[in-house]
Design a protein around this ligand. Structure first.
Ligand SMILES: [Zn+2]
Length: 233
């Protein structure tokens, strides 16, 4: 069994996850789709309906919504190592989400990290040796600013390259966008010594598969899907 992403149906929603990562390392990751509805608090939907959608996701994945830790994403290359006092920021109110940040990192068990997407590339980096996770929002600007390189360098200060696994979620592909986000991110990761086989991709274009995924380029004003990761206790 490899670390590949599988579509799991659970309590009326579905999401991509790596069953092996969950089973062998007790690290749960999920890339959601339109089943869950809009999960972004910043796109103009009523916050009560977004919170209801987040609740649905949290119930299915056995996560406490109050702990869900989120950021105000700005297409930066800024990352935040989540402190105890940060846990739960942005879970039900955008105002208190972690400011000006496009990557959340933790080695604490029980801290769920979530960022939100419609076309930009969701990247989850996982260190298997002594568990640490990073959830990254990499759109055109973030990729150009090399956010993946920056975060990976940080992780490599405490983990060997072989222990890193990278998971690339659904995003707009080069079939529908003039920038090949995935190839660039792969090059950045492999450039720092991550074995090619340690990079796993969903292989899904949000624009081609707009029926199932929010796509900013197709819908313009639209909801957001989530990339979620937690080290389980
Ligand atoms: Zn496409």
């Amino acid at each position: 069994m490899d670390y590949s992403l599988k579509l799991i149906k659970n309590q009326g929603i579905s999401y991509l996850t790596s069953p092996k990562l969950n089973k062998n390392h007790k690290i749960f990751i999920a890339f959601t789709n339109k089943d869950t509805g809009n999960l972004g608090l910043h796109v103009g939907d009523l916050s009560t309906s977004v919170i209801k959608n987040r609740q649905k996701l949290c119930e299915a994945t056995k996560i406490d919504l109050n702990d869900l830790t989120c950021a105000k994403q700005t297409h930066s290359d800024n990352f935040t190592v989540v402190k105890k006092s940060d846990v739960g920021r942005g879970s039900i109110s955008y105002d208190v989400a972690i400011d000006n940040c496009d990557c959340l990192i933790t080695k604490e068990a029980g801290v769920p990290l979530a960022l939100f997407f419609a076309d930009c590339l969701p990247l989850i980096l996982v260190a298997l040796d002594s568990r640490e996770i990073a959830v990254i929002h990499a759109g055109r600007k973030g990729v150009k600013r090399e956010i993946a390189t920056k975060v990976l360098k940080k992780l490599l200060q405490s983990h060997p390259t072989e222990s890193i696994r990278a998971f690339i979620g659904p995003h707009v592909g080069d079939c529908c966008y003039e920038v090949d986000l995935e190839q660039t991110v792969r090059r950045q990761l492999i450039g720092l010594g991550i074995p090619k086989s340690n990079v796993v991709s969903a292989g899904i274009c949000t624009s081609c598969q707009n029926k199932h995924y929010f796509s900013y380029r197709v819908d313009n004003k639209c909801g957001r899907q989530a990339a979620l990761a937690i080290i389980k206790k």
